[in-house]
Design a protein around this ligand. Structure first.
Ligand code: NI
Length: 184
């Protein structure tokens, strides 16, 4: 077991677009370490660049809900369709400890991705899974959840963001990715 360091807002790797995974043979240890790291931080999703790897993959575990029985791994994912209906959900992010934001996103998506056996899949996702996937997809593109709210709303978090930036080498002490509050 290896718990990796989660990089925080302020680290330039989080703003880089992730490179496609070509060599699947290197993934075994990384995926194991990513799951260890996500569970340790009590998160429900983690992108590779959040632990310093510039690779297009993320993991999600919402098996505590009725939506999934087991954790999911998404490699080289691409959203192929976004539904027209949108909803608001309260999101946290392991790279922004202590910040929770109401983010509007499409309710339904279609996703194309590979699993570690290199097989391609195409799924339609709704609910918490859709929400988590869209948050992680943003990470892979170098987009933050703070980019998805208005500048005015963001001003309220100016000090918190400065604090995270200045201590961005420290391990997360306020994991919030697991926030399950649904805002209606
Ligand atoms: Ni995040």
């Amino acid at each position: 077991m290896a718990v990796l360091n989660i990089v925080h807002y302020g680290d330039p790797i989080l703003r880089k677009k992730c490179a496609p995974v070509k060599d699947f043979s290197i993934l075994g240890n990384l995926l194991e370490d990513m799951f260890d790291t996500m569970y340790e931080a009590e998160g429900i999703g983690l992108a590779a660049n959040q632990v310093g790897f510039n690779l297009s993959l993320f993991i999600i575990d919402i098996s505590h809900t009725e939506e999934a029985d087991e954790p999911n791994i998404f490699i080289n994912p691409k959203i192929t369709l976004k539904g027209r209906d949108q909803n608001i959900y309260s999101e946290g992010c392991l790279s922004f400890p202590g910040i929770t934001l109401d983010v509007v996103r499409p309710e339904k998506i279609s996703l194309k991705y590979q699993t570690p056996d290199e097989i391609w899949h195409q799924d339609e996702c709704t609910g918490l899974l859709s929400r988590a996937i869209q948050h992680e997809m943003d990470h892979l593109k170098g987009v933050y959840f703070i980019d998805r709210i208005s500048q005015l709303d963001l001003m309220k978090y100016k000090q918190e963001l400065l604090d995270i930036e200045s201590s961005s080498k420290k391990q997360s002490v306020h994991p919030t990715h697991g926030s399950k509050r649904f805002v209606l």
